[in-house]
Design a protein around this ligand. Structure first.
Ligand code: KG4
Ligand code: ZN
Length: 365
């Protein structure tokens, strides 16, 4: 199939309603004609986390507006679209259902093929859209909802080398910020504090480092921060600005060290397959952290693998990644019909063992 494809993508698995149009001609780079993201942060702010029912209702209200805007920004009508791609899981089921129903309506109304996309595949295939990476490459998804190492062999070929057994790192950043009275999202505020702190003052654990393999764990780290804070409060009656900065620096360095060591192991497994153009790609909000990013970049450099981090707006939830994954799946001959179902859990690699942990942003698969 060598023709140009123009696909409309829809995303609604968590707290962003999004629609995008992406075009691809074989032999050329993919082109994002439009990408609209309507975040819901303000709707959930008062509750300290995403409320699934509020999210689902907001998606149902916002998605068609996002679609209209995405088409109009691309200067296209549905008639010029070749297929509709939609996140069919994993995620908060009400939101995923809103997206799948909207996509089915559009596909049925316009007589277009429908393609169900795994949200994690959307993240994992993004470096092919942004940097034209060749298969196979190693991917680290590291956000508020995801944390896993994937060996990406094709649009439906994923080997999961390891992942978190409890919290995702972004979740740990957010909880740490909450413990220390810092604003949400926690990642950027903890990172800013960490710059002023001493990373060696508190001896925080490096969870699972002495266990073989690439699995990770972050909930103990967050508990260690809680204990250190409580000890300071018991001792001094509160924490100083410097204490807070030191706690943040210690926490961030522990997260970084764990991610670096596990990435080193995942890279060794990947490189053992002797890929011709080795590449290590990262995606997700936590990859925006300068200290963590520099650490990951250095591990990749030591092994000779190219380090790729797509622009942040394509690393976080968006629909361009879903449209792109739709293009890859379409070219691979994949089509879904009206029987497409919304799936709260949908592991990318069905051969690796199931993981524990649901987390505040839904199933981590
Ligand atoms: O990928 P993302 O926007 O959404 C999903 O979780 O799907 O990631 C958001 C997460 C939040 O937990 C946020 O605190 C974290 O990424 N984050 C960071 C930084 N910026 C965002 N974590 C550490 N350092 C940062 N600079
Ligand atoms: Zn995501």
């Amino acid at each position: 199939m060598a023709e140009t494809l123009t696909i409309l993508g829809l995303e609604s698995s968590c707290d962003d309603s999004a629609a995008a149009v992406v075009r691809h001609t074989p032999g050329q780079a993919g082109e994002i004609l439009s990408s609209v993201v309507a975040g819901q942060a303000a709707l959930h702010a008062a509750y300290g986390g995403v409320v699934p029912e509020i999210a689902a209702r907001a998606h149902a209200e916002k998605l068609d507006i996002c679609v209209e805007q995405a088409l109009s920004k691309a200067g296209l009508t549905l008639r010029e679209i070749d297929a509709i791609a939609v996140t069919a899981g994993p995620g908060l089921i009400g939101g995923v259902l809103s997206g799948v129903m909207c996509a089915k309506g559009l596909a049925a109304g316009a007589g277009l093929p429908l393609i169900g996309v795994n949200h994690l595949a959307g993240h994992a295939l993004t470096p092919r859209l942004t940097d034209e990476l060749a298969y196979p490459y190693l991917m680290l998804l590291v956000s508020g909802g995801h944390c896993q190492f994937l060996l990406v062999r094709g649009p439906q070929g994923f080997t999961r080398l390891g992942g978190t057994i409890d919290d995702a790192p972004g979740e740990a950043f957010d909880k740490t910020a909450r413990l220390l009275g810092l604003p949400q999202p926690g990642g950027p505020s903890v990172e800013a504090e960490a710059r002023k702190g001493d990373p060696d003052r508190f001896a925080f654990p490096r969870p699972l480092l002495n266990r073989e393999g690439c699995d990770l764990s972050f909930s103990g780290l967050k508990t260690a921060v809680l204990r250190a804070r409580d000890a300071l409060v018991a001792e001094q009656g509160g924490i100083t600005r410097q204490d807070r900065a030191d706690l943040c620096a210690g926490f961030q360095t522990a997260v970084r060290d764990v991610l670096i060591e596990k990435s080193r192991r995942a890279l060794a497994l990947y490189l053992a397959e002797a890929p011709t153009a080795p590449a290590f790609a990262v995606a997700g909000g936590v990859a925006a952290n300068q200290a963590i990013r520099a650490g990951l970049q250095a591990v990749a450099a030591r092994t000779g693998a190219r380090f790729v981090a797509p622009p942040l707006k394509l690393c976080t939830d968006n629909a361009a990644m879903i449209a792109w994954a739709g293009i890859e799946l379409f070219r691979a001959g994949h089509r879904d019909g009206m029987e497409l179902i919304a799936r709260p859990r949908w592991p990318l690699d069905t051969t690796s063992s199931a993981l524990l942990g649901g987390g505040r942003k839904g199933a981590k698969a």
